[in-house]
Design a protein around this ligand. Structure first.
Ligand SMILES: C[S@@+](CC[C@H](N)C(=O)[O-])C[C@H]1O[C@@H](n2cnc3c(N)ncnc32)[C@H](O)[C@@H]1O
Length: 233
């Protein structure tokens, strides 16, 4: 299990997504008009969500999928439409409420159970696939790898997640972000280079049975995120 830094960061993330940014996040993940900058983030996020969905089997009937840090639930709903039994967890109860309100009643043979809680809670059970879209970007790379190890232990198929790649442009944007008043800021994003992340993944003994299969960077305007697919070796 990840240590104190994980718990501490999770507390900040909960405060941010449950209160500070709940309204902004609700708008960003809807169809309402947003600023030009946020529109690029929305477009990038749509592309990332589609990338992750494309890496999952087209037919998810009978499969159990964890949407780890589901936010307002768009990916969970799409996976359920393909027949999956989705467990969608978020530490921010406000976002879970919004996700429940937005979810369509009819999901065919699929289903989504939206629950407020920690994605790492073993009570969620075992999965065929786990997807963590942009929900690990605020944790330190060492903690991210521990989280992945914990999730992988209970997963038989694939673990898909995204991280903030360390690039010069991102470093400048993050430095600029530090000029905003503390209360308005999101918890810091923890960019990591592909090499460092791969090294940490290789060194994690509980991930010995797993290997990286595919990776893709999505970069649209103010959104940059990199997806990595881990599969059983
Ligand atoms: C950037 S948002 C992305 C939400 C969603 N995956 C999406 O792409 O629309 C990150 C989400 O991860 C959630 N999160 C972060 N750490 C978590 C944890 N340990 N357990 C559950 N949810 C977590 C946050 O509350 C937030 O809603």
């Amino acid at each position: 299990m990840p240590g104190a830094s994980y718990q501490e960061r999770r507390g900040q993330i909960e405060t941010y997504f449950d209160r500070t940014a709940a309204d902004a996040w609700s708008k960003l993940t809807s169809d309402v008009k947003v600023s030009r900058i946020r529109a690029t983030v929305r477009a990038g996020r749509d592309e990332m969500r589609q990338t992750l969905l494309d890496w999952l089997p087209a037919d998810l009937a009978g499969k159990r999928l964890l949407d780890a840090g589901c936010g307002t639930g768009a990916l969970a709903v799409e996976a359920a439409r393909r027949g999956a039994e989705v467990v969608a967890i978020d530490v921010a109860p406000t976002l879970i409420e919004i996700a429940r309100e937005r979810a369509p009643r009819d999901l065919g043979s699929g289903s989504v159970s939206f629950q407020a809680g920690d994605m790492l809670d073993p009570a969620h059970g075992h999965f065929d696939h786990v997807v963590a879209m942009d929900s690990l970007i605020h944790y330190r790379p060492q903690d991210v790898v521990k989280v992945l190890a914990g999730l992988a232990e209970r997963t038989s198929g694939s673990v898909l997640f995204t991280y903030a790649p360390k690039t010069l442009l991102l470093a400048i944007m993050h430095a600029a972000g530090r000029f905003f008043p503390r209360g308005d800021r999101a918890p810091a994003i923890e960019p990591v280079s592909q090499g460092t992340l791969r090294g940490l993944l290789d060194a994690e003994t509980s991930l010995r049975g797993w290997r990286p299969e595919r990776t893709r960077r999505v970069s649209v305007g103010f959104y940059t995120s990199q997806a990595l697919q881990l599969v059983r070796a």
